[in-house]
Write a new protein. Structure first.
Length: 237
């Protein structure tokens, strides 16, 4: 264990759980000793079995202060919509030519958007983009005629979440250089989105464990009772 990790662990009690505010303060102070801008990462262990369709947790959430990461966006579109995508700031725009690039293994983007008329072509790439979580999906707003809005959301802090086969959802929710309040806002927005995405088939305890950490730092357990209070208040509002 490195000296920096030992120093970080000395800042809190690993047997206890903390509020989001407390965890952000501790982790941010520890991360300031690093030579790069660490990512704040959240992991949520959910009481679901993703093997059943009615227990899958997947969706999009727009973090109020973005992720702090540069997002490369590819748009599959033609003619006027292709021009619209370029003007809106898409990093890569194409149709059949872009499909061939992807099938050749050239995937130089983090998010993928397509207009509905492109879905016939997109099917050819499902085996390539699907496992990487990049396949456009109408339910997630990434198959749309409003490509400008989708690009703005992708670059502005909209992130996709999806439970893995163990029922865990993970995501980066900001950078250590963010103001403390902005990190807290982002973490709570993500937790609220997961709570609202609770599937109909979920039974019993839905949020089993929530942990907040930084790229090189230790994980801190979040007090589930405080999280439940926050999400309940959000729903009531």
């Amino acid at each position: 264990m490195s000296k920096k990790m030992k120093a970080a662990l000395a800042l809190f009690d690993r047997t206890k759980s903390y509020t989001v505010e407390e965890a952000v303060k501790v982790l941010q102070n520890a991360a300031k000793a690093r030579k790069f801008d660490e990512t704040f990462e959240i992991a949520m262990n959910l009481g679901i079995d993703p093997r059943h369709a009615d227990q899958m947790v997947r969706g999009m959430v727009e973090l109020p202060h973005g992720t702090g990461a540069k997002v490369r966006v590819a748009v599959f579109a033609k003619d006027a919509k292709a021009e619209e995508a370029k003007k809106a700031g898409a990093d890569i725009v194409g149709a059949e030519d872009l499909v061939e690039q992807v099938l050749a293994g050239n995937i130089n983007f983090d998010r993928c958007i397509a207009t509905p008329d492109m879905m016939g072509l997109m099917g050819r790439m499902a085996r390539v983009l699907g496992p990487k979580g990049l396949m456009p999906n109408p339910k997630l707003g990434t198959v749309t005629m409003d490509v400008a809005k989708a690009i703005e959301a992708a670059k502005g802090g909209s992130i996709e979440f999806r439970a893995n086969k163990e029922g865990i959802v993970q995501a980066g929710v900001g950078k250590a250089s963010f103001a403390e309040g902005k990190l807290v806002d982002n973490v709570k927005a993500f937790i609220t989105a997961i709570q609202r995405a609770k599937p109909a088939g979920a039974r019993g305890n839905y949020m089993k464990k929530v942990t907040l950490s930084t790229t090189m730092g230790p994980g801190m357990k979040i007090d589930l009772s405080s999280v439940a209070a926050e999400t309940s208040a959000g729903k009531a509002a």
